[in-house]
Write a protein that binds this ligand. Sequence first.
Ligand code: SAH
Length: 346
Amino acid sequence: MDIKKKDIRALTKVQLRDFFETQGDKAFRGNQVYEWLWNKGAHTFEDMTNLSKETRQMLEDHFVINHIKVDVMQRSSDGTVKNAVRLHDDLIVESVLIPTKTRTTACVSSQVGCSLDCKFCATARLKRMRNLNPDEIYDQVVAIDRESRLYFDRPLSNIVFMGMGEPLMNYNNVLKAIDKITSPEGLGMSPKRIVVSTSGVPKMIKKMADDDVKFKLAVSLHSAIDEVRTSIMPFNATFPLADLREALVYWYEKTKNRITYEYVVWEGINDKRKDVDALVQFCKFAPSKVNIIEYNPIDDGEFQQARSEAIDMYQKVLEDNNITVTIRRSRGKDIDAACGQLANKE
Ligand code: SAH
């Protein structure tokens, strides 16, 4: 690949129009190309059949179209599909299609590897790391939408940013991708069907609230006690719970959008009554609900799913305090497609 050529999909529609004008052509060609790229998903300039041969060649001389490629697709016995997605520089990320009776959810990645260091997550162990571009995020969604139509006869209904990476550490590109996903020129999906999941970067949560975003927010809490949280999510030392709490209150006041706390209960780490009590207190700061997710082991046995008595205790105490709690079972474990298992094993 010629690295001097620019990825054409990094250009906005206005920039494309300007480009054609500087070439002495009509600005509306920019609209045509934009439509090819985003509505019709063209992979080559050759595909753009309403442009002259000369125009297509001219584009070829200036730009590349860096499409992702689904390298390996694995299907789980429970219907979950995992894509290993090859990027233009040969790095790989993973995305997952999770079907239920009524929905198809895409779980997409926002970074190659992750900038954070959660002890229980396989992605944190990857060495290579870069942010994904908006089109690399968008393409993952388009690929899963296609698979959903093919295997389940229906379009994609929901998106969660719970694949590899910390979306708020790649905020601008995630936002651009979501713009494309929700725009009528892209997939036209409602932002209410999109969840951005973060480990909790206070400054960025406030920024999202200021930007008046319409998607939903999930926070991977796992403990409401600083000491415990820092031991399993070391960046909590930099962004302690008091700062997170303040940002979440700010988020709720601005957006009036309820927050979801994701929470894994591990044996001997956060399975005691004091852990539940701290969570109950934390939940009172802003309207919220709790998703207790099953732990998906990542090889070394340092962490273990808590016993069911501990999960039952969480459920009871939360419900007694009028906090909505759901207990989620993992999907796609047999193909390492469950939360925290994405790490390009192949
Ligand atoms: N960085 C973002 C999104 C990616 S992780 C975030 O932290 O929210 C998606 C979810 O999977 C998070 O809630 C994360 O805490 C959880 N997770 C990570 N490793 C896990 C594991 N081994 N088992 C179960 N859940 C895990």
